[in-house]
Design a binder for this molecule. Structure first.
Ligand code: AP5
Length: 215
């Protein structure tokens, strides 16, 4: 399975990616996580840190290189789930070229749909356990008392709204690109986490059943 998750900030990409990756035994490849790890290790140039902090996008070439290197690793040979990449048509084209060079293709692109006010509420109350990477929500999925919690710098309301505006501007072209390629399935991201997982699995089953799994 080679799957792409597209969705606005707080739509549940990371939450669903963890469940599906465990189910399919494939790695979750999140450009956001990779960029945050690079920042924590002091490896991220100041202008990229600034772009992330202000709710903007990191340059295409930077994230394309990250994905090229990560998907070449041994654990990604049998498949992967891309969480938050691609976000622009140039990124999608670069991904197509990378896969094509190895005679591979994407199986599915899942776009999670969640209304704006719910997205804001999900993002600003999100907390992540620094040790395990587990994602919590102060109300919907309260963390255990021993969790080592982190509140992302870009999860304050003003930045979340900017990230949302950036997402809408960039995906205006990306979603039609994948729709035209016959890869896009829109999934309702509202409801219990397990309900959303079931909808994603149903979408992926359709792909498998119609013989759309490649390589
Ligand atoms: P990234 O880390 O990818 O952020 P994002 O896309 O904005 O997505 P989020 O991580 O905010 O949300 P999510 O959809 O994963 O939701 P989650 O599952 O955590 O990117 C960060 C930044 O890096 C970008 O702004 C950009 O600067 C840069 N970047 C990254 N990729 C890039 C690229 N390709 N190109 C250029 N720049 C790039 O859930 C959110 C909350 O909701 C949690 O608290 C969770 O518990 C809760 N929740 C989830 N599902 C449910 C549910 N069904 N019901 C109730 N609560 C739920």
């Amino acid at each position: 399975m080679r799957i792409v998750f597209v969705g606005p900030p707080g739509s549940g990409k990371g939450t669903q990616a963890k469940v599906l990756c465990e189910r399919f035994s494939i790695p979750q490849v999140s450009t956001g996580d990779m960029l945050r790890a690079a920042k924590a290790e002091g490896r991220l140039p100041a202008e990229i840190v600034q772009a992330m902090a202000s709710g903007g996008l990191v340059p295409d070439l930077v994230v394309i290189k990250l994905i090229d290197q990560r998907t070449a690793q041994a654990d990604a040979k049998a498949g992967f789930l891309l969480d938050g990449f691609p976000r622009t048509v140039p990124q999608a084209e670069a991904l197509g070229t990378m896969l094509g060079a190895n005679a591979l293709r994407l199986d599915a692109v899942i776009a999670l749909d969640v209304p704006e006010e719910l997205l804001i509420e999900r993002a600003i109350h999100r907390r992540t356990d620094k040790r395990t990477g587990q994602i919590y929500h102060l109300q919907y999925k309260p963390p255990p008392p021993d969790a080592d919690l982190e509140h992302r710098h870009d999860d304050h309301e003003d930045v979340v709204r900017k990230r949302l505006a950036t997402y809408l501007a960039m995906t205006a072209d990306l979603l039609p690109y994948y729709e035209k390629a016959g890869l896009l399935t829109r999934v309702n991201g509202v409801g219990e986490v397990s309900e959303v997982t079931d909808r994603c699995l149903a979408a992926l089953n359709l792909v498998v059943n119609r013989g759309g799994s490649h390589g």
